[in-house]
Design a protein around this ligand. Sequence first.
Ligand SMILES: [Zn+2]
Length: 185
Amino acid sequence: MRLLDTLLENNEKFVENKDYLNYQTSKTPDKKVLIVSCMDSRLTELTYKALGLKNGDIKQVKNAGAMITHPYGSTMRSILVAVYMLGVEEVIIMGHNDCGFGALKPEPILKEMHARGVSEEVINTLMHSGIDVVDWLQGFDSVEESVAENIKIVKQHPLMDKNVPVHGLVMDPGTGAVEVIHNDY
Ligand SMILES: [Zn+2]
């Protein structure tokens, strides 16, 4: 069976068995916090278990590297919407050790793009129209520095509520242990 069919079959059973009753909650997060974290699949359930969270407790924005790539991109927009409209009173930027995106260099991604049919010309055209694809695909050398940098972007954002603490954590994907990079209380 192909993946989507399996998922749909699982879903049918889930709804039929009324398993959703275990997850019912409201739109506003009970713990009034938004966590920006990496899309790393090791962290999906681990984040909740390691921090003692359950469904409905947090707003979570996940992307490659837990990064805010642009002050007016979708991650920052999500933070602002959560703060002003969804009852979020604190933000946590949570990177993790052994991050696949952090370690990634643009060259292998570009090489893979070429191999799958994206022409050199497309890359050049983007570069010439002001989209620095190479820089955009650049990971980071230090997760601690990356978290600190992202905290700065949120705290210095002109549209951000200055009373909202923005903390920084780094999680170990093996043990779930977190290191505090910045405690903003
Ligand atoms: Zn990661």
